[in-house]
Design a protein around this ligand. Sequence first.
Ligand SMILES: Cc1cc2nc3c(=O)[nH]c(=O)nc-3n(C[C@H](O)[C@H](O)[C@H](O)COP(=O)(O)OP(=O)(O)OC[C@H]3O[C@@H](n4cnc5c(N)ncnc54)[C@H](O)[C@@H]3O)c2cc1C
Length: 94
Amino acid sequence: MTTTDFLVIGSGVAGLSFALRAAEYGKVTLLCKSDPLVSSSAKAQGGIAAVMDKNDTFEEHVADTLDAGAGLCDEAAVRTIVEEAPAAIEELLS
Ligand SMILES: Cc1cc2nc3c(=O)[nH]c(=O)nc-3n(C[C@H](O)[C@H](O)[C@H](O)COP(=O)(O)OP(=O)(O)OC[C@H]3O[C@@H](n4cnc5c(N)ncnc54)[C@H](O)[C@@H]3O)c2cc1C
C-alpha cells in the first residue's frame, strides 16, 4: 500500500510534463507499463515543429498542419497548439 498526492500514468512527454508541475504541490508517483524510457516520446527523434524564429509564422504552421492532416484536423485545436507551442518549447528547454 502506498499513498501519493498525484498519480501520473505514463512516462512520455505528457506524463513527465504534468509530473514536473505537480511536484510543486505534493508527492508525485509515476506509473508506466514497462521501462520508463520506453515510450513514443523516447522514440521521437525528428524534432518538434514550432514557430521559434521571427521569419517564421503561425499561419504557415497552421496551413502545413491542416494540409498534412488531409481534412481530419480540428482547425481551432491546430491553431491553439501552434500558438502555444513556442512557450511550451521554452518550458521544456528550461
Ligand atoms: C517512432 C516515432 C517517431 C516519432 N517522431 C516524432 C518526431 O520526430 N516529432 C514529433 O513531434 N513527434 C514524433 N512522434 C510522436 C510523438 O512521439 C508523440 O506524439 C508523443 O511522444 C506522445 O507523447 P505522450 O506522452 O502522449 O505519449 P508516450 O510518449 O507514448 O507515452 C505514453 C506513456 O504511457 C505509458 N502507458 C501506456 N499504456 C499504459 C498502461 N496501460 N498502463 C501504464 N502505462 C501505460 C507508456 O509506457 C508511456 O510511458 C513519433 C512517434 C513515434 C512512435
